[in-house]
Design a protein. Structure first.
Length: 96
């Protein structure tokens, strides 16, 4: 996030401010509606959701009492490498 703000700020302070404002709005939205994201095949990890924030993709997980954001990247960037073991059980449920 800081890297993107620095990059945007060097080229367009207004774009950097818009990005920060969008993040603040996303934070408020996730607090009210934590499941607004969608699951994606690009992140084959159970429970990780993706929210599209303009040209940015935000990958996050809803946990008891918190929301953990794993990645924020521009849609034109390569997807993050997520290695999954061959024997990974995609249907595995957490402890009840």
């Amino acid at each position: 996030m800081r890297r993107e703000v620095a990059y945007l700020g060097a080229n367009s302070p207004k774009a950097a401010q818009r990005f920060l404002d969008d993040l603040k709005q996303l934070r408020r939205n996730l607090k009210r509606f934590p499941a607004i994201g969608k699951q994606t095949d690009e992140m084959p990890v159970p429970g990780v959701l993706r929210f599209v924030m303009g040209p940015y993709l935000v990958d996050y997980e809803v946990r008891p009492g918190e929301i953990v954001i794993f990645a924020i990247r521009h849609g034109r960037e390569r997807p993050p490498g997520v290695s999954v073991d061959d024997d990974f059980d995609f249907e595995m449920k957490g402890p009840d």
